[in-house]
Design a protein. Structure first.
Length: 397
């Protein structure tokens, strides 16, 4: 019997590479799509075919049309959208892709989980702490607000990472401000699509993630990690992280929050742990694969395989235990972290009090390997993605 074909979108992303490697090793035929040729995941030995598509953010309709064409031509059994723009473009086209399955929740459920303002209202009902905040509905409401009445530093966070309507979507970013004047200056740059907006108390402490695969009312897999370094340094994507034991109470509350949103499939629930009190504060939910997916796979929780097997009705045995202390380092992202620390001041980077010194950062970076470390992208058994990534990184300099 021929292996099922799995289509993985957004091949330029590290999560796509982790999914391709996982599914290829499991015996599936994998097709990778991306708006650019020679993508990261497309370079993997486990990628059977690379396909160029329109950009799902700039042209969601064209992207969905192209994916539907490839699915029909290749008889794909499962489609795994990796990024939020791809999810938002493909969930409304679910019927067009049938009989291929998209193993994610409904569009309504995904949108609920992606709405940070809604999550901040739901979470306290489940005993989950949220940062002190104000919700701002519009530019006029922000203009009428007295910035002097707020406590600083603040995190200015759009309620949605992808704003606008389906015809004109745009990415929205988080910004940190340390004073009323900085808030006024940043407010002047915000488009209407950034609203509603959250003005949140900044939580200083390590970031942790609770990762779950929910399917047909049961927990198929669970995982947890802590962030060691990020890009940008004050908070962003993790570039070095470590598997940690799952805190049972936090896992349970996270599961209940996902179920309250109606999510099924994979999700990451992100927290910041206050360095003074140890309280985990909810940051957001990603109802899709996450950037550090390879760490979970390396620690023994093969989320891509488990998700595909669930979608195909194979009922995999739950994976609730994994190796603790496994670390994953994204080499080029970690170098970006180092360069940012060397080039810019702590104030420019909005680093919190107690951040490691530049000298400490250099010494930590030069520890090229520790027991338990894995290189996220470079693998001797599959080296080409790292060379593609290296060329792309050098070209951007």
């Amino acid at each position: 019997m021929a292996a099922a074909t799995i289509l993985v979108t957004d091949g330029a992303h590290r999560a796509a590479l982790a999914a391709v490697r996982s599914l290829g090793r499991a015996g599936y035929r994998v097709i990778v799509t991306d708006p650019t040729p020679r993508s990261l995941a497309g370079g993997s030995r486990w990628c059977d075919t690379e396909v160029v598509t329109p950009d799902p953010l700039a042209d969601p309709a064209g992207f969905a049309d192209r994916i539907a064409e490839v699915v029909a031509r290749e008889s794909a059994a499962v489609v795994l959208p990796i990024t939020e723009p791809s999810v938002l473009a493909l969930l409304p086209a679910r019927d067009r892709l049938a009989p291929a399955r998209i193993p994610l929740s409904s569009l309504d459920a995904f949108n609920r989980a992606s709405d940070k303002a809604l999550l901040m209202r739901l979470a306290p009902e489940l005993g989950i702490a949220v940062p002190a905040q104000r919700e701002i509905a519009s530019a006029d409401e922000l203009a009428a607000l007295d910035p002097e009445s707020l406590s600083y530093p603040l995190v200015v966070k759009p309620a949605r990472s992808i704003g606008g309507d389906p015809a004109s979507r745009s990415k929205q970013s988080v910004h940190r401000v340390a004073s009323p004047s900085a808030l006024r200056a940043h407010a002047a740059t915000l488009p209407d699509s950034a609203y509603p907006l959250l003005l949140q108390q900044r939580v200083v402490g390590p970031g942790i993630g609770i990762f779950l695969l929910l399917w047909e009312g049961r927990v198929v897999a669970q995982f947890a990690h802590r962030r060691i370094r990020e890009k940008p340094p004050a908070g962003g994507v993790s570039v070095y992280r470590e598997s940690i034991p799952p805190a049972p109470e936090l896992v349970e509350r996270s599961r209940r929050l996902l179920e309250r949103c109606g999510l099924e499939g994979v999700a990451m629930v992100e927290y910041k742990v206050d360095q003074n009190t140890g309280t985990p504060f909810l940051m957001e939910i990603n109802g899709r694969f996450w950037g550090s997916l390879q760490l979970a796979v390396d620690a023994g929780v093969d989320f891509p395989r488990l998700l595909v097997e669930s979608a195909l009705g194979k009922h995999p045995a739950p994976v609730l235990r994994y190796r603790i202390g496994v670390r994953s380092r994204w080499w080029w992202g970690d170098l970006d972290h180092l360069l940012a620390r060397l080039r810019y001041s702590s104030a420019k980077l909005a680093l919190p009090p107690g951040a490691p010194s530049r000298w400490r950062v250099v010494l930590d970076f030069l520890k090229l390997w520790r027991p338990g470390d894995r290189n996220e992208v470079f693998r001797l058994s599959d080296p080409r993605p790292f060379w593609r990534e290296s060329v792309a990184w050098i070209q951007r300099r």
